[in-house]
Design a protein around this ligand. Sequence first.
Ligand code: PLP
Length: 288
Amino acid sequence: MLHDQPIAYLNGRFLPLAEACVPVLDRGFIFGDGVYEVIPVYAGKPFRLAHHLQRLANSLAAVRIDDPHQADEWTALIDELIRRNGGGDQSVYLQVTRGIAPRDHRFPEDSRPTVFLMSNPFRPVPEAELRDGVTAVTLNDIRWEHCHIKSISLLPNILLRQQAIEQGAAEAILLRHGQVTEGAASNVFIVSDGVIVTPPKGDCLLPGITRDLVVELAMEHALPCEERAIPEAELRRATEIWLTSSTKEILPVTRLDGIAVGDGQPGPLWQTMIGHYRRFVDALRQEA
Ligand SMILES: Cc1ncc(COP(=O)(O)O)c(C=O)c1O
């Protein structure tokens, strides 16, 4: 960070985060009417930016908010935010809401989307979590039917994550109609009979950028990998379970609902995959 405090961007202006304010009638505040992205930054470079911008465009189209920027404008804004926050490793949070209007469910006719970006520190996953893995619990997926949209309305996810934490777990693995969907803020992979398996993309889960990269890396390195439904029983007998997200990368789950996953240690395929992932990130660092 170049300054004493993080620099944010709000509707055309870079300013200290503490000074960034939106009016209470912003539909993000009133309704949770908006979408967002979280983009990891390594060595000053936004990671998989084109993928994040495509998902942002998809989310905006799905909720019918006009995309306020072209991809090259988003790229310039994000690069400038990273620069103003000192480069290095960061995590960029980007949010677009439907804008400010008198409170009414119907779309306002003439509101302008609110555009907000901030930079958070990129906190590497603690060594202990990588060494020992984390605990997860299964919970009923109480969310809506459009989980592929990266909506800022995260109340169900918040309640689920909190419930997991209160049960001593790091994450909730969600089940809908007897099948795994994803985590409260992550995608889920299992290893079943030596095969890496993750649920297919669709309305029931967020198309994670990290998820897609893990599938890509599996293919590139000829590791057996399938995108298909995971019944609850298969989750429970998996020899490995992983959680993926932009900020946690690939996290091994070593206890599920209080029972050891496999031998209770991060598994061999996780070791292989995290190695491929790290090398992929490091190659980009070298280019920076
Ligand atoms: C519900 C949900 N699923 C999956 C993910 C992982 O997505 P990504 O890998 O793009 O961070 C997230 C990220 O926050 C999430 O909130």
